[in-house]
Design a protein around this ligand. Structure first.
Ligand SMILES: Cc1cc2nc3c(=O)[nH]c(=O)nc-3n(C[C@H](O)[C@H](O)[C@H](O)COP(=O)(O)OP(=O)(O)OC[C@H]3O[C@@H](n4cnc5c(N)ncnc54)[C@H](O)[C@@H]3O)c2cc1C
Length: 236
């Protein structure tokens, strides 16, 4: 009986101190964001677990409803950046304070990899980085990773009646995660995968540098283009 009590109290003590560490880490992380941010607007894109909007933002694009169950770990903080510089700040501070990062574009990952993790983490939700600029003459477009396939198809159709882009059939799938998996759809036989048609990409590396195809080099481009925040697409 005695030993059970000791074990229980040790477990409790460990749990409490772990909770304390997490709280402290979060606080330091948030402080780091405000110190290192280029402008004050970063506070407007941070959602901590006590924010009334936290749950609705987290659940908004989760396609696998299983992961709404409380037993699945949630991000310590959600960031919904409007600017790439805000992502660079999150990178810097998460490294400094030992938090991992999950990146979510359209939230269609069946295993929840974009919004759950076994270790303390921050989720970057790219939903606000969804601009699409189509150049019908050059038959190219820049699309940010947070755009959905439906938004991309719509923007191309607004500019041209003959151009299109080979990608999936579900309009709510996100560009960021879709291209990283290859991306197949109705016109695959003729035009191949979405990834086959990516001709340039911008990515943020672990040091916070923004690289394009030229500066990252060909090997990295073909290997990790899926980490791109923006992809330049070629329509045929
Ligand atoms: C209803 C439904 C229909 C589908 N239809 C098709 C289809 O027709 N064709 C097809 O090929 N696939 C299809 N898929 C699969 C879909 O393409 C993949 O699940 C894809 O990974 C989803 O991308 P997402 O951005 O929506 O998901 P997310 O959950 O946001 O991301 C998926 C993965 O990519 C990572 N990621 C996302 N964005 C970035 C980024 N910018 N930088 C770095 N990593 C990132 C995430 O961390 C995660 O690991 C479908 C899936 C569903 C649920």
């Amino acid at each position: 009986m005695k030993s059970t009590t000791i074990i229980l109290s040790i477990t409790l003590a460990l749990l409490l101190s772990f909770h304390g560490i997490v709280l402290l880490t979060n606080e330091n992380f948030l402080q780091c964001l405000s110190v290192h941010s280029e402008d004050t607007s970063i506070s407007e894109v941070i959602y901590t677990q006590d924010n009334p909007l936290y749950s609705s933002i987290l659940d908004f694009s989760k396609q696998n409803l299983l992961f709404r169950a409380p037993k699945y770990p949630k991000p310590q903080v959600i960031i919904k950046p409007f600017h790439v510089s805000q992502i660079q700040t999150v990178l810097k501070c998460s490294q400094k304070h030992g938090l991992q990062i999950r990146v979510r574009s359209g939230g269609h990952d069946s295993e929840g990899l974009s919004y759950t993790s076994e270790v303390p983490f921050v989720m970057i939700d790219l939903i606000n980085l969804s601009s699409i600029n189509v150049d019908a003459e050059k038959k190219t477009a820049w699309v940010q990773a947070g755009a959905t396939l439906g938004q991309l198809y719509y923007r191309i159709a607004k500019k041209s009646k003959i151009l299109g882009f080979p990608a999936g059939v579900c309009p709510t799938v996100g560009v960021g995660g879709h291209f990283s998996g290859g991306g197949y759809g109705y016109v695959m036989r003729k035009f191949g995968l979405s990834a086959d048609q990516v001709v340039d990409a911008h990515l943020i590396d672990v040091r916070g540098r923004i690289l394009d195809r030229k500066s990252m080099g060909e090997d990295l481009f073909w290997e990790v283009e899926q980490l791109a925040l923006e992809s330049l697409l070629l329509g045929k």
